[in-house]
Design a binder for this molecule. Structure first.
Ligand code: CAA
Length: 247
């Protein structure tokens, strides 16, 4: 098994943790990016991961800032080596019906969930292509596929990920670089637990599998797409949503 350097953005979040564990289990050297304003929490998380047997190198990373992403990537490459696997997982919600959605809510979600894709992929892409290997997985969402009440910002950003993914998949295809999306449905994470209880119960009632997903059910798809022998899968999306949206 080749040991690759795998970067996970939003590493210490609900899905990020599970992706870091999956990458460790694949034998990779795992690098997590964490929100710079949460340094203490991130390092506490890193210690917990270590106590569970998962060694994660951790660096501050503001995915909304292109220059910051460039310096994160060059630090990782200088200290650890070339990045072969990139999992763009960091994301936020700022839910409100459109009539009450403030410009700041729109901009924060677009910058974190969509600009971040460019900010992280652009600085690693050329080097992946010239080395002849790369695996990029962009985390979209069920709500980018179906649209969601109260999420015009989030649904727009997550839908934008599909176009971005397909475009750069074409650019990387002949160079050994695959680019795919994974679209989680409603997964048992702190983000989903913030949804008002009555709204969440109605959502779960509409999921054919009849429950929230588990983070491991998402990282399983990520591990599949980042495998050495997944080189013929590119420009696609894997929806992991309990049947909530069937395309
Ligand atoms: N479909 C249709 N109508 C809806 C609705 C829905 N899903 N949800 C609410 N409404 C209606 C309500 O019935 C209500 O109607 P009336 O005015 O006629 O009574 C009206 O919209 C206002 O609803 P609220 O009182 O709930 O309005 P609010 O301002 O208090 O809250 C909201 C609005 C913040 C959007 C809230 O409804 C909410 O949090 N919804 C959940 C949004 C959601 O699904 N977020 C997903 C987060 S997890 C995630 O994003 C991860 C992922 O990738 C899947």
């Amino acid at each position: 098994m080749n040991q690759r350097i795998a970067v996970v953005t939003g590493a210490n979040g609900g899905l990020g943790e599970s992706m870091c564990i999956a990458m460790c289990q694949q034998g990779h050297r795992v690098v997590g990016g964490f929100l710079p304003t949460d340094e203490a929490g991130a390092h506490e998380w890193q210690r917990r991961m270590k106590s569970e047997g998962y060694e994660i190198a951790l660096y501050p990373l503001d995915v909304t800032d292109y220059d910051h992403c460039c310096s994160f990537i060059s630090t990782v490459e200088q200290e650890l080596g070339p990045i072969d696997i990139l999992i763009n997982n960091a994301g936020i919600t700022r839910d409100a019906p459109l009539k009450r959605m403030l410009p700041q809510q729109w901009q924060a979600v677009l910058r974190t969930n969509l600009d971040s894709m460019y900010n992280m992929c652009q600085p690693v892409f050329e080097a992946m292509c010239s080395r002849g290997f790369g695996r990029i997985v962009n985390i979209s969402s069920l709500n980018g596929e179906q649209g969601q009440f109260g999420q015009a910002n989030y649904s727009a950003a997550k839908a934008g990920i599909y176009g971005f993914t397909k475009a750069i998949a074409k650019e990387g295809a002949s160079k050994g670089v695959t680019v795919n999306a994974v679209s989680p449905g409603f997964i048992d994470t702190p983000m989903v637990r913030q949804i008002p209880e009555n709204v969440l119960n109605a959502i779960i009632a509409g999921v054919p599998v009849g429950r929230l997903g588990q983070p491991e059910e998402i990282s399983r798809a990520v591990a599949f797409l980042t495998a050495e022998d997944a080189g013929y899968i590119t420009g696609t999306n894997i929806s992991v949503n309990g049947g909530a949206y069937m395309s």
